[in-house]
Design a protein around this ligand. Structure first.
Ligand SMILES: Cc1cc2nc3c(=O)[nH]c(=O)nc-3n(C[C@H](O)[C@H](O)[C@H](O)COP(=O)(O)OP(=O)(O)OC[C@H]3O[C@@H](n4cnc5c(N)ncnc54)[C@H](O)[C@@H]3O)c2cc1C
Length: 422
């Protein structure tokens, strides 16, 4: 064959190789709904979209400290007199209907978000309705950062304390460990100070207590320095995860943030992993910038729904990007300030559901071996598994980390039926 034909064939192969993923991503975008589903009047739901419930009233609390106390006391009194139940809602990202009671009153805490930093003692006093992204933006001006929070910043402080979420901060227990104290309005309208020294039992019960012990109002949280961090990553077999974690993360004092990921495509299902960590460097941390567009990243993620090709593409692109961004430097606040819109599902015929399993280190490999056949044979579409190290929790009465564990965070896509409520 002539040399020129080799060139033509070569160029055609490159065009095909580039156009297949581009077409896949564009198809994902075309298949999404452009109009948001709105809830029927008088109904509320949570992030699962599986808990649509009719309620009596939805009340937004005010942002003022005195006003909120007066308002909540009168709502509690009214509810008692009219035999109504009250539920408390933050960002409603918990997926079990915890924030909703049928025909009850829903207190939406999000407006209550004032904050103040004690720069001498590194303590942030914050309204329980504030989102972590509000806290990060505020702390950034003072060169400080949140000590422990979840992987996304779109949740509320009160909701996160009430589920006692865990994060990806190295060697950290759940959020409880960063809570110094809080005020709690109990069912009779009394405001109680809770800490490890004062009303300790209520402190332990309300952290991870899903709002069952009262309304958390003002929280005092430990904060840390906002440092510059350099990205490192290792691609490895899951069998080596624990030993590599010990060597590269636990024994390295410079590591500050860390998470792992398992491969979930049918090809090499749960047979490959990545260990991603961020090491402290001596340079000053850059300030938070305006949010960058994450649409391309979101579409690559959404393109993995119900598609083996999409799952492989996402794994290849992410591990490829890891190589490109290895050694890049970020501020801690920038890394913590990811919004859930990064993975937003805009196809309303399905919903995404999150499940977490907390596994002691000695059972790590056995757990992966055990879930492999279950996940392979189930019809539910697995989108993601990340791994986080969570240290023992000595604060919450309802602790899920009773020893040091690894949290396996599984995200599934589930088809749903449309319910017409009028
Ligand atoms: C995509 C996704 C990723 C997630 N990643 C993580 C993760 O990395 N780590 C992790 O641990 N979790 C994770 N979660 C779970 C999530 O962290 C929690 O569901 C969330 O933090 C709760 O915050 P929220 O503001 O949405 O609370 P909500 O869901 O609104 O409320 C949670 C509970 O707290 C109660 N509550 C809310 N505010 C108050 C208050 N002021 N006083 C008393 N009770 C109150 C509610 O009644 C409810 O029982 C994830 C969830 C999703 C959907």
């Amino acid at each position: 064959m002539k040399k020129k034909y080799f060139w033509i064939i070569g160029i055609l192969i490159v065009i095909i190789l580039l156009s297949v993923p581009t077409f896949h991503i564009l198809k994902t975008k075309w298949n999404e709904d452009s109009i948001l589903d709105s809830l029927p009047k008088g109904y509320i739901d949570d992030a699962s979209q599986l808990n649509l419930t009719k309620v009596d009233t939805i009340i937004q609390v005010p942002n003022d400290k005195k006003e909120i106390e007066t308002q909540l006391k009168s709502i509690l009194q009214y509810a008692k007199e009219n035999d109504l139940k009250i539920s408390i809602a933050g960002a409603r990202h918990s997926m079990g209907g915890h924030t909703i009671y049928p025909d009850g009153i829903v207190l939406t805490m999000l407006p209550y978000k004032q904050m103040e930093l004690d720069t001498i003692n590194n303590i942030l006093t914050i309204g329980s309705g504030a989102l972590w992204e509000d806290a990060l933006k505020y702390l950034d001006q003072y060169g400080r950062s949140v000590a422990i929070m979840q992987a996304f910043s779109s949740f509320s402080v009160g909701g996160s304390i009430s589920v006692n979420g865990h994060g990806w901060q190295k060697d950290s227990p759940p959020i409880s460990a960063s809570v110094i104290s809080f005020t709690l309005m109990t069912e009779n309208g009394e405001i109680v100070h809770c800490s490890r020294e004062e009303n300790q039992e209520l402190f332990n019960l309300a952290i991870g207590g899903y709002g069952l012990f009262g309304i958390i109002l003002n929280v005092r949280l430990k904060v840390v320095e906002n440092i510059a961090l350099q990205f490192k990553h290792i691609r490895l077999s899951p069998k080596k995860y624990v030993s590599y974690y010990k060597k590269h993360v636990s024994d390295n004092p410079n590591v500050n943030l860390v998470f792992g990921r398992l491969r979930i495509s049918d090809k090499h299902f749960l047979e490959e992993a990545t260990l991603n960590f961020f090491e402290k460097v001596g340079t000053p941390a850059p300030n938070l910038q305006n949010e960058k567009s994450t649409e391309a990243q979101r579409l690559v993620f959404r393109g993995s729904v119900n598609s083996e090709y999409g799952k492989r593409l996402r794994w290849d692109l992410e591990t490829g990007m890891n190589k490109v961004s290895k050694n890049e430097i970020y501020s801690r606040n920038e890394l913590l300030n990811d919004h859930v819109s990064l993975i937003e599902n805009k196809d309303h015929s399905s919903t995404d559901l999150l499940q977490e399993y907390f596994i002691p280190e000695r059972r790590f490999n056995q757990y992966i071996d055990d879930i492999k056949p279950i996940l392979r044979h189930s019809k539910i579409d697995l989108l993601n598994i990340t791994i986080r190290g969570v240290h023992q929790d000595n604060d919450s009465y309802l602790a899920y980390a009773r020893e040091n564990v690894f949290g396996f965070v599984l995200l599934f896509n589930q088809k749903k039926k449309r319910m017409n409520k009028s």
